[in-house]
Design a protein around this ligand. Structure first.
Ligand SMILES: Nc1ncnc2c1ncn2[C@@H]1O[C@H](COP(=O)(O)OP(=O)(O)OP(=O)(O)O)[C@@H](O)[C@H]1O
Ligand SMILES: [Mg+2]
Length: 479
């Protein structure tokens, strides 16, 4: 039955409540004024009739009657003076026969009520109209030495007061209507103010659900609605980032997979037609196929590892490692890689690391360090230099790999750890790297509670570092 829109519902409720309140107020005010008028009038009539009866106590003389007539001038009243047998001895001019008859029968009926009583008898007669204040009919005996010698009767018309009261009622009603109108306008304005941004948000969230993630919510402010809009905006941004990175991810993977697949397909197609006696060409082609298959295998296993690391699903096999010897053996096992490009290498281990043990997953940490070393070798020209160092400062130990490669420009540095990021995509097109290496390094190091950093100068070289935190139990004897 009620409207569906929140604003209309609130307005309807407010109007119902306002209406009830206004009607109750008007009725209350009307009742109070009516009672007040009636009491006031009754008191006045009572005072007048008592005073008339007193004046007539001695005798019903003409000058007394004249005096009483004067008092009654302009009072909209009818006056009767009667003897003890209810015969009229005086009646004011404005009384006609019919009404006199009514008066007399009323006096007969109520005569008993005033016998032996000091106060007059008052009755509100005529209840025909809803807001009409009835006439007040009043009867008072005239005493002489405790004997009733006659009666005074007064019919007070209440028309003037009634008019005044009706005017007041109109005033209340007008005020009530104005209150309702102002209340209505104000409620509509207020609910619109509240519901407009909500409508906007609801429309926008529908667009978001339909896939439009570029929307800007036009709702600002510190209140609940403003905060809701801000939260939706930031949620949309996250969704957009997620969607973009997923698209990018799929583009990268399909690209990186397509290259080796094209090679494998092409070479195997050639080989299908190749005579079996061409031993050397068979070997060369098979070699290419093997290399490309290996590249695919690396990509897939790197992706698998990275996804697991990002989801925190890789369980680290933590072991206590004696740091200097672990680094030395790793360095020596990779010597052959340096030698291939005649790279000059050095390993620097600072003195305070000599006895240091640390709790790491040696297999994963080696994987991280090798990734950095491989990058350094890949980017360092023949006869360049690579330095590995292990330094301890306060409660932190740092592995650093410094090369004399081309360096990385500053603006690229923040993205270097992102998956698939390559500094110069065009240049690295033929490069076998997938851009996952550093992302894996970062994940492994962070899983150990450490962090990574990079410093670089174009044309001079780059230093990649892995920082690990040493906890008290790691056996730091020099500090
Ligand atoms: N030592 C370095 N000197 C200069 N640029 C580097 C160096 N190390 C990394 N980069 C740049 O950072 C990019 C990302 O490195 P990352 O190791 O993540 O990927 P990749 O080496 O290209 O591929 P992957 O390691 O997965 O085989 C590289 O493509 C390269 O442009
Ligand atoms: Mg790499």
């Amino acid at each position: 039955m009620f409207p569906k829109k929140l604003s209309s519902r609130i307005t309807a409720w407010v109007m119902v409540i306002l209406f009830i309140a206004v009607i109750s107020l008007i009725s209350g005010a009307n009742w109070i004024t009516k009672t007040f008028y009636q009491n006031h009038l009754s008191n006045e009539v009572e005072a007048r009739i008592v005073s008339h009866a007193h004046l007539l106590e001695k005798d019903v003389q003409e000058h007394v009657i004249e005096y009483i007539e004067e008092i009654e001038v302009g009072k909209s009243s009818h006056l009767l003076i009667l003897d003890s047998n209810i015969n009229v001895s005086y009646q004011s001019e404005n009384i006609d026969e019919t009404i006199l008859h009514h008066y007399q029968s009323w006096i007969n009926e109520n005569q008993d009520r005033v016998e032996g009583v000091e106060d007059p008898f008052l009755e509100h007669v005529d209840t025909a109209m809803l807001f009409h204040i009835p006439h007040v009919w009043s009867l008072m005996p005239i005493y002489n030495n405790d004997e009733i010698t006659g009666y005074v009767f007064l019919d007070q018309d209440t028309g003037d007061l009634n008019q005044a009261q009706i005017k007041l009622l109109y005033l209340f009603a007008a005020m009530g209507i104005i209150t309702l109108i102002i209340g209505n306008i104000f409620t509509i304005y207020l609910t619109k103010r509240i519901s407009k941004p909500i409508d906007h948000i609801s429309e926008m969230t529908k667009n978001i659900a339909d896939g439009d993630l570029d929307i800007e919510l036009q709702v600002h402010g510190e209140d609940e609605v403003g905060r809701l809009a801000a939260n939706i905006q930031s949620m949309t941004k996250q969704l957009k980032d997620y969607r973009d990175s997923r698209r990018q991810f799929i583009t990268h993977i399909s690209h990186d997979l397509r290259t080796p697949i094209t090679y494998i397909k092409g070479y195997s197609a050639v080989m299908k037609e190749m005579p079996p006696d061409k031993q050397n060409e068979w070997k060369r082609n098979l070699n290419v196929i093997y290399q490309e298959a290996t590249r695919m295998e690396h990509l897939v296993s790197d992706l698998f590892l990275l996804t697991k690391l990002e989801e925190g699903k890789i369980k680290l096999n933590i072991d206590t490692v004696y740091l200097p010897s672990w680094v030395r053996s790793l360095y020596e096992s990779r010597m052959i890689m340096f030698d291939q490009k005649s790279i000059e290498t050095s390993l620097v281990i600072s003195k305070n690391v000599e006895d240091l043990t640390i709790k790491i997953d040696p297999y994963r940490m080696e994987q991280a360090l090798i990734n950095i070393i491989e990058n350094a070798i890949r980017h360092t020209p023949n006869n360049g230099k690579i330095e590995l160092s292990l330094i301890k400062r306060e409660n932190e130990v740092r592995f650093a790999v410094t090369d004399t490669g081309p360096g990385i420009e500053q603006k690229a540095l923040p993205y270097i750890w992102d998956r698939f990021y390559k500094v110069d995509a065009a240049r690295s097109q033929n490069d076998s790297g997938t851009g996952l290496g550093l992302a894996i390094v970062k994940e492994i190091v962070e899983a150990h509670g450490g962090y990574v950093s990079v410093e670089s100068k174009l044309g001079e070289g780059t230093t990649f570092s892995i920082h690990l935190i040493i906890h008290g139990t790691d056996g730091d004897s020099n500090d």
